[in-house]
Design a protein around this ligand. Structure first.
Ligand code: NAD
Ligand code: IPM
Ligand code: MN
Length: 355
């Protein structure tokens, strides 16, 4: 009996639908080749265009619509020319928080055969996993504006860091480090943000003893950004707050070959809610509509989805096919090549075929 899985597909805006289309073809082929599961896709046409027609970027009950699914596959959101980003992107943040997808996993690993933006760095020197706290921190929607539009205007934006939230993401990070090279770097900025990040450091100190096989350290965010460029090989697992994790994962993405390759999961490890999978990149309005976006970040995000659905052999099929496609020199323009999105998708499909 093959197991049946319901996947909500939210392609979104800009290059989102362009990279999701070939990703669904790859998933369908992997399903056929694997033979142990069936994916049922339900597409939700939400986003900026939907917002222009209906006045809302998602329907009021979008969380209720998404909740019953086994997983959510998202392309990208945002169309700043049409709608302000804080409107179009609000559902994305809300899904992460409402479904308690507190562990955002963003691996940054350089594929063999690809040039690195850093001179003389080999693939084995760029292999890190950034774990971004995804449910609170700087991204809680708390704050306000006073005396709007006057010279005395005030904006308040409050971050919320809970002991429970910090502890669970650090413990998650330690467990991931145990499965990798057993090193954890916690990102801090306790020299200035002395309420939030002194709490982070205290919790790190308290829990580290439970994982004696993992060495842990902390680095201030500014120094970590420099060290990711200067000595990327010193990083294994990085645990960061929501905003620091956001910033460092664009950097991680570019170190590992570019945003066109960087995948991401928004995971609820306890599986009380569906997890969501999406590329690190956005809707790339600068290239949208031209059919040249790199679909590999979306495909690698779909592989992370299969891992979470307990289908690691199927996930490995996608990762292997992507690696072989890149090793064979097939590249979209962001990597220096000339393939279109669909041509790149075809190359990956060919690599999936058993030899
Ligand atoms: P972006 O990630 O969309 O683009 C940054 C640069 O990377 C652009 O030059 C773009 O062309 C390039 N790029 C990104 N993905 C690519 C791909 N798959 N193939 C080839 N090139 C690629 O970031 P931005 O320009 O800062 O933001 C654009 C919009 O996307 C904004 O509305 C922003 O808020 C939104 N955004 C959404 C998400 C998301 O949905 N998860 C993430 C980041 C940004
Ligand atoms: C990301 C994006 C989002 C974030 C934006 C678009 C809301 O940059 O997923 O990295 O800041 O989390
Ligand atoms: Mn980001």
């Amino acid at each position: 009996m093959s197991k049946s899985l319901n996947i909500a597909v939210y392609p979104g805006d800009g290059i989102g639908p362009e990279v999701i289309a070939p990703t669904l073809r790859v998933l369908q082929r992997v399903e056929q080749l694997d033979g142990t599961f069936q994916l049922r896709f339900t597409e939700f046409p939400w986003g900026a265009e939907f917002g222009r027609e209906s006045g809302r970027v998602v329907p009021d009950d979008y969380l209720d619509q998404l909740r019953p699914f086994d997983a959510i596959l998202l392309g990208a959101l945002g169309w700043p020319e049409r709608l302000p980003d804080h409107v179009t992107l609000a559902p994305l943040i809300r899904i992460r928080q409402a479904f308690d997808q507190y562990a955002c996993l963003r691996p940054a690993r350089l594929f063999p055969g690809l040039p690195c933006v850093l001179a003389d760095k080999r693939p084995e020197q760029i292999d890190m996993l950034v774990i971004r706290e995804n449910s609170e921190g700087e991204y809680v929607d708390q704050g306000g504006r006073l005396r709007r539009g006057t010279p005395d205007e005030v904006a308040l934006q409050t971050a919320v860091h809970t002991r429970r939230g910090v502890e669970r993401i650090l413990r998650f990070g330690f467990r991931m480090a145990q499965r990798r090279r057993r090193k954890l770097t916690m990102i801090t900025k306790s020299n200035v943000l002395r309420h939030a990040f002194v709490l982070w450091e205290e919790v790190l100190h308290e829990v580290a003893g439970d994982y004696p096989d993992v060495s842990s350290e902390r680095q201030h965010c500014d120094a970590a950004a420099m060290n990711m460029v200067r000595r990327p090989e010193q990083f294994d697992v990085i645990v960061a707050s929501n905003l620091f994790g956001d910033i460092l994962t664009d950097l991680g993405g570019v170190l590992a070959g570019g945003l066109g390759l960087a995948p991401s999961s928004n995971t609820n490890p306890e599986r009380r809610f569906p997890s969501m999978f999406e590329p690190v990149h956005g809707s790339a309005p600068d290239i949208a509509g031209r059919g040249i976006a790199n679909p590999l970040a979306a495909m690698l995000s779909a592989a992370m989805m299969l891992d979470q659905l307990d289908l690691p052999p199927a996930a490995d099929r996608i990762r292997r096919a992507v690696a072989q496609t890149l090793a064979a020199g097939h590249q979209t323009p962001d990597l220096g090549g000339a393939l279109t999105t669909n041509e790149m998708g075809e190359r990956v499909l060919l690599q999936l075929e058993p030899t």
